[in-house]
Design a protein around this ligand. Structure first.
Ligand SMILES: *[C@@H]1O[C@H](CO)[C@@H](O)[C@H](O)[C@H]1NC(C)=O
Ligand SMILES: *[C@@H]1O[C@H](CO)[C@@H](O)[C@H](O)[C@H]1NC(C)=O
Ligand SMILES: *[C@@H]1O[C@H](CO)[C@@H](O)[C@H](O)[C@H]1NC(C)=O
Ligand SMILES: *[C@@H]1O[C@H](CO)[C@@H](O)[C@H](O)[C@H]1NC(C)=O
Ligand SMILES: *[C@@H]1O[C@H](CO)[C@@H](O)[C@H](O)[C@H]1NC(C)=O
Ligand SMILES: *[C@@H]1O[C@H](CO)[C@@H](O)[C@H](O)[C@H]1NC(C)=O
Length: 501
């Protein structure tokens, strides 16, 4: 009897132990580092393993991160920032030097090396907001890097070369995805690049952001940004029905490539994701809904109307929040992570696409500062100075969470002040003097978090190993991800036509 009970127990336990979610082979993550305090890359790599991620995309070689990835089986897509394009295109020696320092050093292809699979030259270099700065130099830079990789012994497709583009490299002559064409001002360059990719069996990498469609386009139908569209919106295109803008965007690209006679290029989605804070549309609920739909779609290997068999590799944007990113595109820019800056999961998800949502495995052994916070002192007599002090704090820290519609927004002036003071205090390494504000602030050991409004504690400074060259990145060329306005307007016009026809 007892034995039977134990057996039963054991069986129940086995059934209850959460299996590491099986990440579809096609899912990778973008790992950016524009953050006030970087987590120790070794902790992050452990977290990647714990969640089953096998592919990462880096915006530039970071020696600390690459060292942490060495000896693992994680595949790396390694980026070169746009500010390098000028020298790489005009000077072959600089391409050789780049490959030597940033590839050869890490022994790709060796057991103890970094599993670098592809080098991406530039990032969204053809964005219209760059005014054509990189149009003439991206392709020559790609060729030089390709040649330098060959010469260094990584030819024969061991390490491929590509360049991630934004959806604004193509447009459509109507509202229909099937009328897609490459943007006229870069058509010739796109054809050259496609030829290069085809010859070298490299993928076409495109970043796709339904969030931006919704955020930037007045009247954009919210349901169309998600995959589980409730079925009340669709875009008709020669008998095919699009129920999400992601598919429409992919097919716009497919049509553009076909028109230029490229039928077989492999498509990789370099960035796709949804932010969780800083805007009314950027909520954990929407992020979860978007990812759920995406993972389900990937698991079902449901292609698009033009490419029913498309099973693209996708890189989620992004792994960790980056709280030093520019907020020019919007306050949500600092909240794209599936994890907070300190590696904690934000909402339940199921990477296998089976809809069995649970929290991902967070970073372990994170070195936090003391468990204390800085909050508004309501007893102080000089409350009239509060707005100015909050303004000062916000000018010197991250206040994106108190914006309208954000996680700590719209609660009270008191909450606003506490969030601002705490962020400032944490970013000053909990220096006592940083929690004063002429008596308007005080330190507490009671967590002031409430509802969705989370009060973070800063992590200790990570000191990279001696041969690393850390520092804050300039941010130049980091993803900004817009979809071209003309295309958006066409889509909206198309939508109106469909809705009101
Ligand atoms: C290697 O990449 C890093 C990071 O982008 C850069 O700072 C460095 O200049 C590169 N090395 C060479 C020789 O180009
Ligand atoms: C592009 O041109 C606009 C208008 O002339 C200017 O404001 C902007 O700074 C330029 N951007 C770049 C990256 O050169
Ligand atoms: C790129 O090349 C074209 C054709 O040679 C030229 O007209 C254009 O001015 C160049 N653009 C830049 C930014 O150098
Ligand atoms: C579409 O469905 C959503 C959710 O059920 C609903 O709120 C919205 O009003 C519907 N839109 C239209 C145009 O019927
Ligand atoms: C915060 O920055 C803004 C813009 O630079 C400035 O106008 C304002 O005076 C600053 N506020 C404080 C309290 O320093
Ligand atoms: C809190 O701060 C936000 C952002 O600065 C502001 O829009 C809002 O009005 C503030 N709320 C109160 C009650 O002061």
């Amino acid at each position: 009897m007892a034995r039977a009970m134990i057996l039963l127990w054991a069986l129940t336990l086995i059934l209850l132990v959460p299996a590491i979610s099986v990440v579809a082979q096609t899912i990778g993550v973008n790992w950016g580092t524009i953050t006030f305090r970087q987590l120790d890359p070794n902790i992050v790599v452990k977290m990647l393993h714990d969640n089953g991620f096998k592919k990462v995309k880096l915006f530039e070689p970071d020696s600390g991160i690459l060292d942490a990835l060495a000896g693992t089986d994680i595949e790396v897509m390694l980026g070169i920032p746009n500010y390098f394009l000028q020298s790489l295109s005009s000077d072959y020696k600089s391409a050789q030097a780049w490959v030597k320092q940033n590839v050869t050093t890490y022994n790709p292809g060796k057991k103890d090396g970094v599993n670098i699979k592809i080098v991406t030259v530039g990032n969204e270099a053809f964005l219209t907001s760059y005014n054509g700065t990189y149009i003439n130099i991206t392709y020559p830079a790609m060729k030089n890097i390709y040649k330098a990789l060959n010469e260094a012994g990584y030819g024969n497709k061991q390490i491929k070369v590509s360049t991630p583009v934004n959806g604004d490299v193509y447009t459509t002559t109507s509202y229909r995805p099937s009328d897609g064409v490459f943007r006229p001002d870069i058509k010739d360059v796109m054809i050259q690049i496609c030829e290069f990719l085809q010859e070298n069996e490299s993928p076409f990498i495109v970043n796709i952001y339904p969030f931006f469609n919704l955020y930037q386009t007045p009247g954009f139908p919210e349901e169309y940004a998600f995959f589980d569209n409730n079925g009340n919106f669709s875009l008709e295109d020669h008998g095919a029905y699009y129920t999400n803008v992601f598919d429409a965007n992919v097919d716009n690209l497919v049509a553009s490539m076909r028109k230029a006679k490229f039928d077989n290029l492999k498509i990789v989605v370099g960035e796709v994701g949804w932010p969780s804070d800083g805007n009314v549309y950027a909520t954990p609920k929407n992020a979860q809904r978007f990812y759920n739909g995406l993972f389900k779609k990937l698991a079902e290997k449901k292609g698009t109307p033009l490419m029913p068999n498309l099973d693209p590799e996708v890189y989620l944007f992004c792994l960790l929040d980056e709280n030093f990113k520019s907020t020019d595109p919007g306050l949500f820019e600092r909240h794209w992570g599936m994890f907070t800056f300190d590696g904690q999961p934000k909402y339940p998800m199921d990477l296998s696409g089976k809809g069995q949502n649970k929290m991902l495995v967070g970073a372990k052994n994170v070195p936090y500062l003391a468990k204390q916070w800085c909050v508004h002192n309501k007893e102080a007599s000089n409350q009239q100075d509060l707005p100015e002090k909050v303004g000062y704090a916000c000018n010197n820290t991250d206040c994106t969470s108190i914006a309208e519609g954000a996680s700590c927004g719209g609660i009270s002036a008191d909450m606003n002040a506490s969030v601002a003071f705490n962020m400032y205090y944490q970013m000053q390494d909990q220096n006592k003097k940083a929690c004063d504000f002429q008596g308007l602030a005080k330190i507490t050991t009671n967590d002031p978090s409430t509802g969705n409004c989370h009060f973070p504690i800063m992590i200790k400074k990570y000191v990279p190993s001696s041969h690393s060259h850390h520092g804050h990145h300039s941010g130049a060329g980091y993803s900004s991800s817009y979809l071209s306005l003309p295309f958006l307007f066409q889509i909206v016009v198309g939508i109106c036509l469909v809705l009101f026809a």
